[in-house]
Design a binder for this molecule. Structure first.
Ligand code: ATR
Length: 275
């Protein structure tokens, strides 16, 4: 029988994950069945266990279930434990006669790092600014710090949340947190992890934010550059949107399930065309 995977979300109809994983499977001539499942807001665990009972092998998890998915795992990757959230679930055994242990990982951060490297962005010794202190940012700090930046400043509208994040990750590297008024450049890399782009808005930032040859990265994407990326381009930064991060995090999930790493470039190109 074809191995079954899915993405859980609510809503989930807009998810690009089924198309991405179908493209990965076709590329390496693998055979998987990957669907989108809208879990009820009050019963993610029920939806997950139903899927497992029907022979599901693993799943991606998106908004708003990443924390609930974290809570139902028996074992977690180090980075998922740090993130307090998972986007990738793996059933330890599909043999109904054995205990079905669940392993959880979060591949968002490593997806971001892979996408940055694909674009030639140097992370070791870089001065990095991360805007925002919500779940999206918490999920990427461990892999970013693992690259050995010179410094990583988390800046957020609510300064206390950025300070708390910095405290949580201080043992992993040179990290500080504060409000936007604490932002004091220049930076080699500025990553927008706020949801301001959704609202077509921009965090208040100084004009001299970017070092020479700096990169601006927005975790959001769309058919047009986000307000943040337009603002950054006007100030001379190389700009990258979050579509590549989406494909790279999917590739990492796929690798964990199937043991093979698909080529992300053609799949990214396909999604870009379809935006
Ligand atoms: P996610 O899971 O996507 O990270 P979240 O946890 O709701 O979503 O976090 C949203 C982030 O965008 C937060 O950092 C939020 O700032 P606050 O912590 O101060 O709420 C930030 N954000 C949302 N709207 C914003 C705005 N208009 N200006 C600046 N930051 C904003």
């Amino acid at each position: 029988m074809t191995d079954r995977y899915c993405v859980f979300g609510h809503p989930v109809g807009h998810s690009k994950s089924p198309a991405i994983h179908a493209a990965f499977a076709a590329q390496i001539r693998d055979d998987i069945d990957y669907t989108a499942i809208e879990a009820p807001l009050d019963d993610f665990a029920g939806a997950w266990w139903r899927f497992v009972a029907e022979g599901g092998h693993g799943a991606n998890v998106t908004v708003p279930f990443k924390e609930e998915a974290f809570r139902l795992c028996d074992t977690l990757s180090k980075r998922a434990r740090r993130a307090g959230a998972v986007n990738t679930l793996i059933v330890g055994s599909n043999d109904a006669s054995t205990d079905r242990k669940v392993y959880g990982d979060t591949t968002d951060g490593i997806g971001l790092v892979h996408d940055l490297k694909r674009h030639g962005v140097e992370l070791a010794e870089a001065r990095i600014l991360v805007l925002g202190a919500g779940g999206a940012v918490r999920g990427v700090l461990e892999p970013l710090l693992a690259e050995g930046p010179a410094s990583l400043l988390v800046a957020n509208r609510t300064a206390a949340k950025a300070e708390a994040l910095a405290t949580d990750f201080r043992d992993l590297g040179e990290i500080a947190g504060g409000g936007f008024e604490a932002v004091d450049g220049p930076f080699d890399l500025v990553i927008n992890g706020t949801s301001t782009s959704l609202a077509g808005d921009l965090p208040p930032l100084p004009d001299d934010l970017f070092a020479r040859d700096a990169t601006a990265y927005d975790m959001m994407y769309g058919p047009e550059p986000t307000v943040f990326l337009r603002w950054a381009a006007e100030r001379g930064a190389q700009t990258i949107d979050g579509l590549g991060m989406l494909v790279e995090q999917a590739a990492e999930s796929f690798f964990q399930w199937r043991g093979r790493r698909p080529d992300t470039a053609p799949v990214l190109e396909m999604l870009r065309q379809a935006l």
